[in-house]
Design a protein around this ligand. Structure first.
Ligand SMILES: [Cu+2]
Length: 320
């Protein structure tokens, strides 16, 4: 019994579709998604992967099939049949990619808009003069703004990000912290104001699916709400000089408590009532006050310091 060829074509089509749908969700090419935005980006990536898998199987399948089916038999010296053009086929294989590209364009625009790509402005909680300052030298705002899902009434954590040869510097206007690592609490909207001091850099966190050029003299922003605790690499993704490859940092997404502890441990010293002065005369401080900024990271409190070798540093300072 011979199975009709259109039935075989249908079955092959179903198998290719099923394999494509499965592989589109199980390609394993992406790192974990640490934000809702990242999940949306994965949606479009998986969709493109599904289409690409189907096309690959179709094109390679036909190729391999034809290689075997239409191979030259022994003793066959004839030419192949002269086939010239096929208008319906031309129309079909122009129309299908056109439709696919249109769907992808609409889908990606939708995702970009959802992420805040059309609205990369600093949130309304920022004082107006700050907004004016941020946009004074740019006609078009760059980056990804706060998305609709992120404007949930929680004031965003604003961090100034400076790219320089060869490091990232993170300044927190809220607490005055300056750090070489980026710490953010989970589920709180974050707005990064990104700039560069020397040459082009690019701020990239694969797990957030976000990348933004850092441009000297021009501000850009990236907004996101991380929803998965963990440590993620921050990579400079723009060749910026000899040590570009070493321009790496880490994004720490932490729970509220861990983040609060980090803020407490890294707050500038003047927060501890040492006044606004840049230089503090240590003679006016008790032992505990003098040593606590240095001992804090070791988990030693001012009280326990006071019990160890009282007046120790005064005796040393007496020589100056
Ligand atoms: Cu760089």
């Amino acid at each position: 019994m011979k199975i009709p060829s259109n039935i075989i074509t249908l079955l092959v089509g179903i198998v290719i579709t099923l394999i494509s749908l499965w592989y589109g969700q199980n390609h394993g090419l992406m790192p974990v998604a640490a934000s809702y935005d990242a999940t949306q980006v994965d949606g479009i990536f998986n969709f493109m992967m599904t289409i690409a898998t189907g096309l690959f199987l179709l094109v390679e399948g036909v190729l391999v099939f034809c290689l075997i089916k239409f191979r030259r038999r022994p003793g066959d010296q004839t030419d192949g049949p002269p086939i010239e053009g096929n208008v319906p086929l031309e129309i079909l294989w122009t129309a299908i990619p056109t439709v696919i590209v249109f769907i992808l364009a609409l889908y990606s625009f939708e995702v970009y808009n959802n992420m805040g790509g059309l609205d990369p402005i600093i949130s309304r909680d920022t004082p107006p003069q700050q907004i004016a300052m941020d946009s004074h030298n740019s006609d078009i705002a760059l980056g990804i703004g706060t998305s609709v899902d992120e404007t949930s009434g929680i004031s965003p954590l604003i961090v100034d990000v400076q790219g320089m040869q060869y490091a990232w510097i993170f300044t927190y206007p809220e607490t005055g912290i300056v750090a070489g690592e980026l710490h953010v609490p989970k589920n709180r909207p974050v707005q990064l104001r990104i700039a560069a001091t020397d040459v082009l850099h690019a701020f990239w966190v694969p797990q957030l699916r976000l990348k933004q050029d850092a441009i000297p003299g021009r501000d850009a922003m990236l907004a996101f709400t991380a929803n998965l605790e963990g440590n993620y690499p921050i990579v400079c993704a723009e060749l910026c000089g000899a040590y570009h490859g070493g321009m790496k940092s880490t994004l720490f997404v932490e729970d509220e408590e861990t983040y609060a502890q980090w803020v407490e441990a890294n707050k500038p010293v003047q927060e501890a009532n040492l006044g606004e002065t840049v230089a503090v005369n240590p003679k006016n401080l008790s032992d505990g006050q003098f040593l606590s900024p240095y001992a804090q990271e070791m988990g030693i409190t001012a009280d326990s310091l006071a019990q160890v070798q009282p007046k120790a540093h005064h005796s040393h300072l007496g020589h100056f």
